[in-house]
Design a binder for this molecule. Structure first.
Ligand SMILES: Cc1cc2nc3c(=O)[nH]c(=O)nc-3n(C[C@H](O)[C@H](O)[C@H](O)COP(=O)(O)OP(=O)(O)OC[C@H]3O[C@@H](n4cnc5c(N)ncnc54)[C@H](O)[C@@H]3O)c2cc1C
Length: 304
């Protein structure tokens, strides 16, 4: 058993890493745990992070670890946290390897996992020519013939509407879901085509989409596009501790990342859900770290 940590950070994406940096600089005894399976692992380039536009996701993490290494009061553990017990405000962590740690505060930064529509070929193209977010990858696909695939009709419509800023050559495919008549009229008014048929396969070479083939045999030539996937929590830790969830499936927090459970904070995709962005997650981690540090100061600062 190691000595008592002031904060345990679970998750080593931009949210957790940023929290570790801020708490390291605040002279807190911190441990960061990361199993190393971020949601953007399928991509080769991350965009829109100021000063790091186009960087490989692994390189962004490497640079962040280099920053954190300067602070000897922060330890980093390449481990999955299997369980956290809350014993009257003291958090007892057990890793999958069976190591145990204790912490006064906890930051949950375990991100999201996603489930793509069950369409043949999609997984091989995801992260190469099919993406989830036009803000992240729209520039690289600008003015190309694109497809937007989504079975949740409302989300698919909104993704197509957003994607129209990057390409007007758009085909919305709902893979068997009906599109509301009002939305069809709006799509038509904006020059966006649609197809409600089930998709047999999305075909491409080396990850680059070339054709979408429908059950009836018809096909459309497309170069890339966007997919509505289902998002769910990257770990069950917050829920197992009794943290309230918000209407979007994220962990409910206040402006400093405090959850409904005393001493538990959350940051990044796990709480924000949308907009899911590296820079937003990093900002959230920074804010949660200030929340943790502020509460620790408040708890130990003597009244006059
Ligand atoms: C295909 C794709 C492309 C993207 N492109 C961009 C882009 O270009 N620009 C951009 O800004 N955003 C992009 N994003 C979004 C971006 O990746 C996320 O918003 C960001 O990674 C969220 O950071 P996070 O720290 O909250 O979570 P993550 O980066 O997902 O990190 C969470 C970490 O927690 C770990 N973890 C989970 N459970 C445990 C546990 N029990 N114990 C220990 N560790 C655990 C995971 O393994 C993971 O390493 C993209 C996403 C996808 C899917």
């Amino acid at each position: 058993m190691s000595s008592l940590l002031e904060c345990a950070i679970i998750g080593g994406g931009p949210a957790g890493l940023s929290a570790a940096l801020v708490l390291g600089r605040a002279r807190r005894r911190v441990a960061l745990f990361d199993e190393g399976e971020p949601r953007n692992a399928v991509t080769r380039e991350a965009h829109g992070f100021l000063t790091r536009d186009g960087i490989a996701p692994a390189e962004l993490r490497r640079a962040a670890h280099e920053d954190i290494r300067k602070y000897g009061n922060v330890s980093v553990h390449r481990m999955k946290v299997a369980e956290v017990a809350n014993e009257r405000g003291l958090f007892r962590l057990r890793t999958e390897e069976g190591e145990r740690f204790e912490a006064k505060k906890l930051i949950v930064a375990t991100g999201l996992k996603e489930r793509l529509p069950a369409i043949d070929g999609l997984r091989e193209l995801y992260g190469r020519s099919l993406f989830s977010c036009p803000y992240c990858d729209g520039w690289e696909l600008r003015d190309q013939p694109l497809v937007v695939i989504g079975e949740q009709e409302e989300k698919a419509y909104h993704l197509a509407k957003t994607a129209s800023q990057w390409s007007r050559n758009l085909l919305l495919c709902t893979n068997g879901s009906a599109i509301a008549e009002g939305r069809k009229r709006a799509l038509e008014a904006n020059g966006i085509r649609w197809n409600e048929s089930r998709i047999r396969v999305a075909l491409g070479t080396d990850g680059i989409l070339s054709r979408v083939i429908f059950e009836g045999g018809e096909e459309e030539r497309r170069r890339g596009g966007f997919v509505v996937s289902e998002w769910f929590q990257g770990s069950a830790i917050a829920e197992s501790l009794g943290c309230k969830m918000n209407g979007k499936g994220g962990i409910e927090t206040d402006e400093f990342g405090r959850t409904s459970v005393e001493g538990v904070f959350a940051a990044g995709d796990a709480s924000v859900i949308s907009p899911a962005q590296l820079i937003v997650a990093a900002a959230e981690g920074s804010r949660a770290a200030m929340g943790v540090n502020g509460d620790l100061i408040h708890e130990s600062f003597l009244p006059g």
